[in-house]
Structures are given as C-alpha cells and as structure tokens.
Design a protein around this ligand. Structure first.
Ligand code: ADP
Ligand code: MG
Length: 242
C-alpha cells in the first residue's frame, strides 16, 4: 500500500508580511515591520514582548479588529485582509473570543446575563451556565460584577469569550490588572478551557513567567518576530509565580 503523503496541517491563521504604520501628524510609528506567523489548531501560544513591541497591534489584526498597512491574514481559508466590515463583524462574532486586560462586563447584568449577551447571538453556543462552570463560577451566576473580585470578573469575561465556541481565543494581557496569585487563577481557567475545548489559545503578555505554560513561545521585539521556542513539557499554570 502507498504511504499517505506527509502534509502539514492547515494553520488556523496564516499571516504573511504584516506591517502596520501609524501616522499622527508629523510622526509615524512602525508598529509591525513584516510579521510572518502560522498558528495551528489546538496550540497554546504565548506571544511575549516588551511594552510597545507591537503585541496588541498584531492581536487586533489577527482578530479582525484592525487592518494591517500591508500584508495578508488568512483565517480558516478566508482572507481577512480582503473582507469588508460586515464580513469582519461576522468573523469576529462567530470565530474569535477576545479577552482584554480590563473585563468590560456590563455592571447592571449578572455574571450569567453577561455571558448570555453572547450566547443569545452566537450560532452554536454552549449554554451560558456551562461556560461559567468552565471557569469555576457556576455558583456565582447571580452575582453582579461589583460583587465579584477582579480575578472573578476576568473569569466571567473568559466565560463570555469562550461561550460561542470560538476557533480561537485571543487574550491581550489577561492578567495585567491582577496581582500574581489572582493572575495564576485566571491562567488556570485558561489552561482548563484549553484542555476541555482544544481552542487555539493565544496569550499576549510582557510577563516572561507566563511563557512556561505555553506549547510555543513567540518573541516579538520592535515590531518583528525575534525568535520562537517550544516547551516540550509546558508548566502547569498553578506552578507559575512572578
Ligand atoms: P504592545 O501591545 O506590545 O505594548 P502596541 O501594539 O500597543 O504594543 O503598540 C506598538 C507601537 O505602536 C507603540 O509604539 C505604540 O505607541 C504605537 N501605537 C499603537 N496603537 C497606536 C495608535 N492607535 N496610534 C498611534 N500609535 C499607536
Ligand atoms: Mg498591548
């Protein structure tokens, strides 16, 4: 029998030659200087770089929140860099879960209702209560954001992001506003969700300690990818300290 040809799997994201230039009056800032990047299903990636290195710019372009100045992004066979606003909105709504440093929960809605805002409009969501259970907050479902700690609010935001079963979860400094013990709890929630759902998970951070929990660490420096590393045995989030 003929052996099957060895093909590498299709990446979820394929980015080529991404540049981003911001112009403000006389000043231009080159935030990305030609980024090539492939991200695969099931990966847990940490994108590490100093403040100002272009991490948020790159994440926002991958997530369809912003367009590059030049270059191409293909996600699951669709070229984002050709898509119009409506198509980008559909892409974000169906395929991308976002987690930001600040949780952006609606103060007048309970934890469960905050998650239901997403499950009500998604095409194939999980039950909102299941999403809260994935972050260990099912018993807090009737609490309002002001009745939850910062770490708990971030876990509700993660439940909201994952409830629509996105192909990719993009997290921009998810522990940036938290003390280290609380940050570890948030990372444990992300680790658990990754294990349960297999969603491609990307955490961007300037915190080098977080890199140990990734399968793959990508170093961004001054708008370019400087190098990448793989962790043969990723460290459990519970063991991280900073
Ligand atoms: P990071 O997330 O790694 O801190 P950013 O992607 O936010 O980096 O920023 C990269 C560079 O682009 C920085 O020099 C920043 O000041 C600049 N920048 C980011 N967003 C804007 C913007 N909307 N307008 C002008 N400059 C920006
Ligand atoms: Mg940033």
């Amino acid at each position: 029998m003929e052996p099957l040809p060895k093909t590498s799997p299709m990446p979820v994201f394929r980015a080529r030659g991404l540049t981003k230039t911001y112009t403000m009056g006389e000043v231009t800032v080159q935030a990305l200087r030609g980024v090539d990047l492939d991200l695969y299903a099931g990966e847990f990636v940490v994108l590490l770089g100093a403040s100002g290195s272009g991490k948020s710019t790159l994440l926002n372009i991958l997530g369809g929140l912003d367009a590059p100045t030049n270059g191409q992004v293909v996600c699951q066979g669709h070229e984002l860099t050709c898509a119009d606003e409506d198509a980008l909105t559909r892409f974000r709504r169906s395929s991308v879960g976002f987690v930001f440093q600040f949780y952006n929960l609606i103060p007048s809605l309970t934890a469960l209702e905050n998650v239901e805002l997403v499950t009500d409009i998604a095409s194939d969501p999980m039950p909102a209560l299941d999403a809260l259970a994935l972050v260990g907050l099912a018993d807090r479902r009737h609490h309002f954001p002001a009745q939850l700690s910062g770490g708990e609010q971030q876990r509700v935001a993660i439940a909201r992001a994952i409830a629509k079963r996105p192909a990719v979860l993009l997290c921009d400094e998810p522990t940036g506003a938290l003390d280290s013990a609380t940050g570890v709890l948030v990372l444990q929630a992300l680790e658990h969700i990754h294990r349960e759902t297999g969603a491609l998970t990307v955490i961007i951070t300037h915190n080098v300690s977080i890199a140990a929990m990734a399968n793959r660490v990508i170093y961004l420096s001054d708008g370019s990818i400087a190098r990448e590393e793989r962790n043969a045995v990723p460290r459990a989030a519970a063991e991280l300290r900073w």
